[in-house]
Write a protein that binds this ligand. Structure first.
Ligand code: SF4
Length: 371
């Protein structure tokens, strides 16, 4: 059963009302037994949990330390292409944006890799816009073998693919796929995605199931906080995570919590989430899933990234460029979104060490692969 079927049985309006009418007693009960219980997650994400954030933070910090120690894994995104056939009104790469388009060839990718390797990274996230014909499976099949020569852990954040395409890429060394639903609220999804294949909400929604069936090492979920009611979107992502964790035991799961930020020709958030809201969200998910990896991107400010660390964060990007070719030949015109934390990887490593954390560049070696 794919998540689409579970999703069809969720009355989202009922869920929203139930969450907003959560009581202090429900929050206190949730704090006693939060793990793997979507009802508890609902209470912890609700406004009623706000007075309990200190307690949530303490429990979350304890669980994170118990499960992950004082370690933060560092990764870097490599933008392969800003070509995109979709129209997502919040994104600088959308089709209608008159920006310079670029898809890296193998030589250019190699140039990027050399700069990245000089910074010691061993975990990479390949990112592209969604353009099936020019940046599709054939292109990925050429890119993967090159990238895999240099990195132990290779993840991708690209368009959703068919099962057989995922299997092909896993055989070439793919370890993880990040695929963000952006919002689980179908009307809002339709308003913000007005052209291209991304309009198919359910194909995207079922992609993590297709990935889980392959036995891939890591699957990442995410919502773009601010597109719609962030509490409800986070809760629905919790339902999605719960479904996947219960079905696909061979995979690890991660979430990413990007907040809507300005981009070229972009939009303003409908439901802005403040820093305290982000703290609540991170803590609620850590209490819900002890083994969940939670990553924090360079969209967030230096101060906030430093302060959120102990609550549940396990992965951070560092020294990121969001433009194709941006490491070997920095320019400023092809960015997907603006970066807040512009520190180099050395600066991030020093900050982590000063707070008693070990920056981890490699914690994975590909060995057995599902056939
Ligand atoms: S969010 Fe992704 S699919 Fe949408 S316009 Fe940007 S790059 Fe394209």
């Amino acid at each position: 059963m794919h998540f689409e079927q579970v999703f069809a049985g969720i009355d989202r309006e009922h869920l929203r009302l139930a969450m907003y009418s959560s009581t202090a007693a429900q929050v206190e009960r949730a704090l006693q037994r939060p793990t793997g219980d979507v009802q508890a997650l609902m209470a912890l994400l609700s406004p009623a949990a706000q007075p309990y954030i200190e307690q949530m933070a303490q429990q979350a910090a304890h669980l994170t330390q118990q499960r992950f120690g004082h370690n933060i894994s560092l990764f870097i995104p490599l933008y392969l292409s800003n070509l995109c056939a979709n129209e997502c009104d919040y994104c600088g790469f959308k089709l209608s944006n008159k920006i310079k388009r670029k898809t890296l060839n193998l030589q250019e990718i190699n140039d990027e890799i050399q700069v990245i390797k000089a910074r010691k990274f061993d975990s990479i996230l390949l990112v592209s816009g969604e353009h099936e014909t020019k940046v599709g499976i054939d292109y990925f099949c050429q890119v993967l073998p090159l990238v895999k020569q240099y990195f132990s852990h290779v993840a991708m954040e690209v368009q959703p693919l068919a099962s057989e395409e995922y299997i092909k890429l896993i055989k070439l060394g793919l370890d993880g796929v990040m695929l963000y639903q952006e919002t689980y609220q179908t009307m809002t999804y339709a308003q913000h995605h007005t052209r291209g294949k991304k309009q198919d909400f359910y194909y995207r929604l079922n992609s993590p199931d297709r990935l889980g069936e392959t036995g891939i090492d890591k699957i990442g979920l995410g919502v773009l906080l601010g597109l719609d009611d962030w509490r409800l979107d986070a809760l629905l992502m919790g339902y999605h995570l719960h479904h996947l964790e219960n079905r696909y035991w061979r995979s690890k799961f991660s979430i990413s919590l990007p907040r809507l930020r300005p981009c070229t020709g972009g939009i303003q958030p409908k439901s802005a989430i403040n820093d305290l809201g982000l703290v609540q969200l991170i803590c609620a998910f850590r209490l819900f899933s002890e083994q969940l990896e939670i990553s924090l991107s360079t969209r967030e400010s230096e101060d906030l990234r430093n302060n959120l660390l102990p609550l549940g964060i396990t992965h951070m990007s560092a020294g990121s460029s969001t433009q194709p070719g941006g490491y070997a030949t920095p320019a400023n015109e092809l960015n997907q979104f603006e970066i807040s934390d512009e520190r180099s990887v050395e600066d991030i490593s020093v900050m982590l060490s000063s707070k008693g954390y070990q920056p981890i560049f490699k914690d994975w070696e590909s060995g057995w692969r599902p056939g």
